[in-house]
Design a protein around this ligand. Structure first.
Ligand code: CA
Ligand code: CA
Ligand code: CA
Ligand code: CA
Length: 326
């Protein structure tokens, strides 16, 4: 899977990780087409929260779950159907080991319209090379139609973690955010040119590189911020805007034979509907300046945030270990 002396360790760590976060761990894969490569995740809020509507609620700090009746939404019912799945490799790129999930987005004005639009060919962005646990992989942008490499960086920016894509400076051209083991960088989406790097983030990020940045307008001023672990960065410059003192959105490896934590996957979301997003980790939510909005006094963990019963009360779920019993 990986070259280097730490390959077996990383591989083994990953096997546990996949138990709870399928698709986020390492895999030696080939890129396959044939599907709708234009699917993109929207990191925007996309909710219908009304800041004037007091919503505030939170899940009980007690991690034990007490069951209660909720109305079943039958609109989402899908009848089970079975069949065969026979994927075909449409094209592939490279022969070296890749790690970390790629991202797909329209980054290059392939139809020469003068702007990024839905008809531009989606670009696949991934890390190539590098050293597991240390980063250093170059960033490669591939045309989704197999027409070649759009751009590649000469320097390394990550290896095991993920990317975030969004317009950081408001010029309507997207940037690509990378994450190494202690550094977050923004690259020009059209060329891969480095826009800025924020270094010195060790302790706020996964030391093995399993870091997943996000883009959000944390303070509602119309300008994007970048979040990673317990840190909030200015989207234009990478300057530190806030740094929390507790969790980073990482789950302990306990029970696996390994020590330490996996991941930095914090979630930017408006927990209380006041128009200001909080950065949520497994044991704390941080305000824009990094101060504590909330803490459960417990351990860190991987998190997901949702309103499960439609009562507009947001609940935070956190996994306290990378090991999940069958
Ligand atoms: Ca275009
Ligand atoms: Ca931009
Ligand atoms: Ca902002
Ligand atoms: Ca808020």
């Amino acid at each position: 899977m990986h070259n280097g002396t730490r390959s077996s360790m990383t591989h083994r760590r990953t096997s546990w990780i996949l138990a709870v976060t399928a698709g986020l761990g390492c895999s030696e894969y080939k890129l396959t087409g044939g599907g709708d490569a234009a699917g993109t995740d929207d990191s925007g809020r996309g909710d219908d929260f009304d800041p004037d509507d007091p919503i505030v609620d939170a899940c009980d700090d007690d991690i034990s779950i007490s069951a209660r009746d909720v109305t079943l939404n039958a609109e989402c019912d899908v009848e089970l159907s079975t069949g065969t799945f026979s994927p075909v490799v449409e094209w592939n790129y490279g022969s070296s080991s890749f790690c970390g999930p790629p991202v797909v987005a329209q980054l290059v004005d392939t139809n020469s319209s003068g702007s990024i639009d839905p008809d531009d060919t989606p670009i696949i962005v991934l890390y190539q090379g590098g050293t597991p646990g240390f980063g250093g992989g170059r960033v490669v942008a591939l045309y989704g139609d197999n027409s070649g490499v759009a751009w590649t960086t000469s320097a390394g920016y990550g290896q095991d973690g993920g990317f975030a894509v969004g317009d950081l400076d408001g010029d309507r051209w997207p940037e690509v955010v990378t994450a190494d083991i202690s550094r977050v960088c923004a690259l020009d989406g059209q060329t891969g040119a480095e826009r800025w790097c924020a270094a010195g983030l060790a302790g706020a990020m996964d030391p093995m590189g399993y870091n997943y940045p996000a883009i959000a307008d944390m303070d509602g001023d119309g300008l994007a911020e970048v979040t990673i672990g317990s840190v909030i960065l200015d989207g234009m410059t990478g300057a530190l805007r806030g740094r929390g003192s507790l969790g980073i959105g990482a789950a302990p490896y306990e029970g696996t034979g390994w020590t330490g934590n996996y991941g930095a996957m914090s979630v930017p979301i408006d927990l209380d509907g006041d128009g200001m997003l909080e950065l949520v980790t497994g044991n704390a939510a941080y305000n824009f300046d990094g101060s504590l909005k909330w803490t459960n006094g417990g351990r860190d963990g991987l998190v997901a945030v949702a309103d499960f019963d439609g009562e507009r009360a947001v609940c935070v779920i956190h996994a306290l270990s990378t090991l999940v019993a069958p």
